[in-house]
Ligand binder design. Structure first.
Ligand code: TYD
Length: 135
């Protein structure tokens, strides 16, 4: 799986720290879209889908949560809990997000505009597409 944690620049300052992302520098794609998840009630899960084309970079700007990735062969769980690193998720990976802490804030960057047709929301279909190399 090409998914990986990417450390971000950290400008340490007694007035407060600063981190940033730039297209194609810290992350391997040009950012097309930004969205965020907030007010996630305790015990809720998000995700539960794969993207055909969309690549993503996810940061826990505040609080913590887990991202479970599944490439059709193996699952890996990444715990995000700092604002100075994030998780790069290539296209074609099934992902679930869980264990959101109170007041957590997930910032997500995507490589393509929102398009429902880019989603695979059925896990059996995901496995089938994966086994045929179609995603
Ligand atoms: P979804 O991607 O399924 O949420 P998550 O993976 O975080 O659980 O999106 C939930 C709803 O929001 C769905 O109806 C599509 C809509 N949506 C947009 O309209 N634009 C966007 O950029 C995103 C990410 C979702």
């Amino acid at each position: 799986m090409d998914a990986r944690i990417i450390q971000l620049p950290k400008i340490l300052d007694s007035r407060g720290n600063l981190s940033f992302v730039e297209n194609l520098n810290q992350i391997p794609f040009a950012i097309c879209r930004t969205y965020w998840l907030y007010d996630v009630p305790g015990g809720e899960c998000r995700g539960g889908h794969a993207y055909r084309k969309n690549e993503e970079f996810v940061i826990a700007l505040s609080g913590s949560f887990d991202v479970v990735l599944d490439d059709g062969r193996q699952k890996q769980t990444y715990s995000l809990n700092r604002s100075y690193y994030g998780l790069y998720i290539p296209a074609g990976v099934w992902r679930e997000m869980e264990n959101f802490s109170t007041n957590s804030l997930a910032l997500e960057f995507g490589s393509v505009p929102f398009d429902e047709l880019d989603y695979v929301r059925d896990y059996e279909e995901f496995v089938r597409l994966k086994s045929h190399g179609e995603i």
